[in-house]
Design a protein around this ligand. Structure first.
Ligand SMILES: [Zn+2]
Length: 119
């Protein structure tokens, strides 16, 4: 598999998972509707797929924005492979604090080692 397939998987993996949750919850709700015992839950439960779809949209939009910014030279390059870095995560202070994971090679890059790719 080439490097850009991994970029797509790392960037949109969580979006795919959220979409799966939406599909599963829709399937479950349609099952529940048939049961008089569970029909009451459907009233509350029908918000779950909507919420999951909203999360999916966000999880698609956020990495896309990050990749577009990176491509325009407003992002951070991975010091190891030059690939785009993901969102910043709070790391343990003992391990140097905040870090980003590289979408291309999967390396965790400490905030002290971010390299702006602004030309
Ligand atoms: Zn990398």
């Amino acid at each position: 598999m080439n490097q850009w397939n991994w970029v797509a998987i790392r960037a949109y993996g969580r979006a795919a998972f959220a979409l799966l949750m939406a599909v599963v919850s829709i399937a479950m709700l349609s099952q529940w509707q048939a049961s008089p015992l569970l029909a009451g839950f459907v009233v509350v439960g029908r918000w779950v797929p909507l919420l999951a779809l909203a999360v999916t949209l966000w999880l698609v939009a956020a990495p896309t924005y990050r990749l577009v910014q990176w491509q325009r030279g407003h992002g951070f390059d991975c010091p190891r492979c030059g690939g785009p870095l993901g969102h910043e995560r709070t790391g343990y202070a003992s391990r140097g604090g905040a870090y980003r994971r590289c979408y291309a090679c999967g390396d965790n890059i400490n905030h002290r080692h971010y390299m702006s790719n602004a030309a």
